[in-house]
Design a protein around this ligand. Structure first.
Ligand code: 2HA
Ligand code: ZN
Length: 278
C-alpha cells in the first residue's frame, strides 16, 4: 500500500463525496461524511499516521466508539474537492479511550479540522450500534433539495412524513423500512443537533432536519447513500405531484396502507408497525 488514498475505503469515501456533489446535495461546504474504520483498515492506514493532535471534546461521550478511528470530511471543505485531494479536505480522528474526545491522526492538511458535525456523526454511529446494528459504519449528511422543500410546506412528524414518502413510490418503504425521523429547526453543528441524531438513530436510520438536510446511517457507503437518494427521490415525486395537483396533497391515488403492508410482508421488511396503522 503506497498511500492512504489508495485504500478501498478511502476511494469509496471520495466517490460518495463526488456523487453527492453530482446530485446537487453539497452546495459550497454543505454536508459531511464519516466512516468508522475496521481494525483491518486502521492497520493499513496506521503506517501513514502522524503524531496525534490535541484531544478535543465531543459534545456527548460515545464509549461505544472508544479507541476507534473515523475517516471524516474537514470543516469548511467543499465535498466536490475531496476526490482530488483527500488529505486536504478530509482526515482521520481517533476516539479517546473514554469515548469523550477525538484527536487527529491523519489528513486535515493545511490546518484543517474535522467537520463541525463530528459530534453528531459520532452520536449517530454509537446510537445505531447501541440499538443492535453492530455493522453501522457510515454517517452521511447532505442537503437534498426535495426533502428540504417538503419541510417548508408544513411541519411534519415522523408518522406523517414517513407515510407520505412511503406512499409516493414503492421503493421507498423497501429502502427505508425504519421510516424517517423529523426534527424542527436546529442550529447546525450544535450539541442539540447531536442529541437529536442520537435519539433518531436509536429507533431508525434517517433523520430529516427542517430547512437544513438529512442524516442517514448505514452499514456501508452504498447503504447510506442509497437510503438518502431514495428518500429524496420520493420527496421529489411528492413535490411534483403536489404541483400538478394545484398545490394540494390530497392525491387521487397513492399506495394504500394495506398496499404498504403487502410490500412489507412480501419483502420481509423490518417495517415499523407504527407507520402501517390505518
Ligand atoms: O456546512 O452541512 O450541517 C456543513 C454542514 C453543517
Ligand atoms: Zn448541514
Amino acid at each position: 500500500m503506497g498511500s492512504v488514498e489508495q485504500l478501498a475505503v478511502v476511494r469509496g469515501f471520495a466517490r460518495v463525496c463526488q456523487e453527492g456533489w453530482g446530485q446537487g446535495w453539497h452546495e459550497r461546504n454543505g454536508g459531511n461524511l464519516t466512516c468508522l474504520l475496521t481494525d483491518e483498515q486502521v492497520g493499513e492506514a496506521r503506517p501513514f499516521f502522524r503524531e496525534p493532535g490535541e484531544w478535543a471534546p465531543l459534545t456527548e461521550a460515545v464509549p461505544r466508539l472508544a479507541g476507534r478511528v473515523l475517516l471524516t470530511t474537514a470543516t469548511g471543505a467543499h465535498l466536490r474537492n475531496v476526490p482530488g485531494d483527500v488529505a486536504g479536505n478530509a482526515g482521520m480522528v481517533e476516539i479517546a479511550p473514554d469515548g469523550a474526545a477525538w484527536r487527529m491522526v491523519w489528513g486535515f492538511e493545511g490546518g484543517g479540522r474535522p467537520t463541525s458535525e463530528i459530534s453528531a456523526h459520532a452520536s449517530c454511529l454509537a446510537a445505531r450500534r447501541d440499538a443492535g446494528f453492530a455493522n453501522a459504519s457510515v454517517v452521511y449528511h447532505a442537503h437534498p433539495s426535495n426533502l428540504i422543500a417538503m419541510t417548508l410546506l408544513r411541519s411534519w412528524d415522523d408518522v406523517s412524513l414517513t407515510r407520505m414518502l412511503w406512499r409516493s413510490m414503492a421503493e421507498c418503504i423497501i429502502a427505508a423500512p425504519y421510516g424517517v425521523a423529523v426534527a424542527g429547526w436546529i442550529t447546525p453543528g450544535s450539541a442539540e443537533l447531536a442529541a437529536a441524531c442520537r435519539d433518531a438513530m436509536a429507533v431508525g436510520n434517517a433523520l430529516v432536519m427542517a430547512q437544513h438536510g438529512v442524516f442517514c446511517c448505514g452499514s456501508d457507503f452504498d447503504d447510506a447513500f442509497s437510503l438518502l437518494h431514495t428518500l429524496d427521490k420520493a420527496a421529489g415525486i411528492y413535490l411534483s405531484a403536489r404541483a400538478a395537483n394545484g398545490g394540494s396533497d390530497e392525491f387521487a391515488n397513492g399506495i394504500s396502507v394495506s398496499g404498504l403492508r403487502d410490500i412489507a410482508q412480501r419483502y420481509d421488511l423490518p417495517a415499523n408497525p407504527k407507520y402501517l396503522e390505518e
